[in-house]
Design a protein around this ligand. Structure first.
Ligand code: UD1
Ligand code: CA
Length: 495
């Protein structure tokens, strides 16, 4: 931001740095999505459309200078994005993009320029916003719009230039009002603008809803300002992907795909190997260190951070988790809000729910579920186990089929297993309970009481052997002894 502000200062002849706000148009319903969810909360790259636009905006100006204009389901939008620190302005009736700015008039009165972004165009970059602003300041314009050349311009507003050369704009014509000749124009209005605030609000009253949608179109400001002899210019971007708006589910899917492809590309340039990147789903905010290998069909979501030198095998899904360095996550694991320390080996098919904390060099094997559980350094739980609300020390061996009984139907209770303990297979640990340091639990035990340090606990029915019981029953029923199974031909040949 500092770099940008310096640039701003150098562009303006006056000694004062202009005060710049960003308004994000985000009040619309998104009729074309046919959804209960407001349009700007639909997700691409793993987070809401509006969250992407806010992220770009707040890299250009501080959050306190960003104003999101919300309306449809405003409470939901505010609840989802309030944490961003931007201001929200309510446009209770959505009467068009121009009307949205009328509603923001008072909030914007203290600024010199306002950059207008669209809450449904999430690929806009801070660099493009800054360039548009700098062009606007250089040109001393009342209105600057971002243009782009599209091979299929259908649905977008077309830019009518004053002449083939030069940046001056005569008007913007919306698709529905465009003549056949105008529809052939491939230079479209991206829906991002910069306005001189004084000029905008001196003329905004001239907007009229006299159009097929009966809305106040912000785009009409181009013609209005031009008629008022104000300077209206266009700056054209080379990267037309940046301006794509998500109006339909098909467009959401296209943008999502583009974002994820770009994310994979970025990660690969940072030293991450991704096999078949087109099959991997990696959210925008994910961080991955160099020399980590991501196999096909992996999903890494939310705010996950993965260190260096890891290998994530196919079909694993990792959400909001912290994976340190040199970790192997085998096929088909699910991790959610989990932490894994360096050198651990996980899976295949293990499930780590929120609060799982897998220690350094620990091993977790197939069909193991953990929740709110710390598994200490070097400890192992390799097969078919549930560990919930457990504190497990270092060097503990949790046998196959061990279950923590953490829930009594009303409350959750903690199981503590101290360092070096050995839990035999098929043990149930009825919490609250503690197994002391170095203690042993015999296989198939149901442990309901604490086991002291270095002791052996066996909590199962004692084995009874009834010698010859089967033989006697067979004799009583007059049955013959079953024949020995026939030996296979292969073995006979070897005889
Ligand atoms: C708009 C432009 C069009 C441009 C296109 C680029 C207008 C009239 N048209 O069309 O020239 O090519 O964007 O994507 O501006 N919104 C409000 N309040 C309202 C109405 C809309 O906040 O009363 C918000 C919407 O939530 C959306 C944004 O403004 O985020 C743009 O509105 P939308 O209806 O999507 O405009 P387009 O038809 O795409
Ligand atoms: Ca749109």
């Amino acid at each position: 931001m500092t770099k940008f502000t310096n640039r701003l200062a150098s562009k303006v002849p006056s000694t004062r740095v202009p005060r710049v706000a960003i308004a994000i148009l985000a009040a619309g319903k998104g009729t074309r999505l046919k959804s209960q969810l407001p349009k700007v909360l639909h997700e691409v790259g793993g987070k809401p459309l509006l969250a992407h636009v806010i992220a770009a905006a707040t890299r250009v100006v501080p959050a306190s200078d960003v104003f999101a204009i919300i309306g449809h389901e405003a409470q939901r939008v505010r609840a989802a994005l309030g944490h961003s620190g931007v201001n929200f302005i309510l446009q209770s009736e959505q009467r068009g993009t121009g009307h949205a700015l009328m509603v923001a008039r008072e909030a914007l009165s203290g600024y010199d320029h306002v950059i207008v972004l669209s809450g449904d165009a999430p690929q806009v970059t801070p660099q493009t916003i800054a360039r548009l602003l700098n062009f606007h300041l250089d040109q001393n314009a009342a209105m600057t719009l971002l243009g782009a050349e599209l091979s299929d311009p259908t649905g977008y507003g077309r830019i009518i230039r004053r002449s083939a050369r030069g940046a001056k704009v005569k008007a913007i014509v919306e698709e529905k009002s465009a003549s056949a000749a105008q529809k052939k124009i491939r230079e479209i209005n991206a829906g991002f603008y910069v306005f001189d605030v004084t000029q905008l609000f001196s003329h905004i009253e001239k907007l009229s809803p006299d159009n097929p949608h009966a809305e106040y179109y912000l785009t009409d400001m181009a013609g209005i300002l031009r008629q008022a002899k104000q300077r209206v210019v266009v700056w054209k971007t080379e990267d037309s992907r940046e301006i794509l708006g998500a109006n339909t589910h098909a467009e959401l899917a296209i943008i999502d795909h583009q974002m994820r492809a770009r994310k994979c590309y970025e990660l690969m340039t940072q030293g991450v190997s991704i096999f078949y990147p087109g099959t991997c789903v990696i959210d925008s905010d994910v961080e991955i260190g160099a020399d980590t290998v991501i196999e096909p069909y992996v999903q890494i979501l939310g705010k996950s951070r993965i260190g260096c030198g890891c290998r994530i095998r196919s079909y694993s899904v990792i959400r909001d988790s912290e994976i340190a360095d040199d970790i192997l996550i085998r096929n088909g694991c699910i991790l959610e809000a989990a932490r894994v320390a360096p050198g651990a080996v996980i899976g295949p098919y293990s499930h780590h729910r929120p609060g799982s904390d897998i220690g350094q060099g620990a091993h977790v094997g197939n069909f193991v579920e953990t929740k709110k559980t710390k598994l200490g350094q070097g400890s192992k739980a390799n097969h078919l186990t549930y560990l919930g609300d457990a504190e497990i020390g270092e060097g503990v061996n949790v046998g196959a089929g061990t279950i923590t009984c953490n829930y009594d139907g009303v409350h959750k209770h903690t199981t503590v297993i101290d360092d070096g303990a050995f839990i035999g297979s098929d043990t149930t640990l009825v919490a609250p309970v503690r197994v002391g340091r170095g203690a042993y639990v015999g296989a198939a035990s149901c442990i309901t009481e604490d086991v002291p340090e270095d002791s052996l606990a066996i909590g199962r029915a004692q084995q009874i052997v009834k010698k010859d019981w089967v033989r006697e029953r067979r004799a009583a029923r007059g049955q013959e002894k079953p024949k020995e199974p026939e030996r296979t031909r292969a073995i006979r040949l070897e005889d």
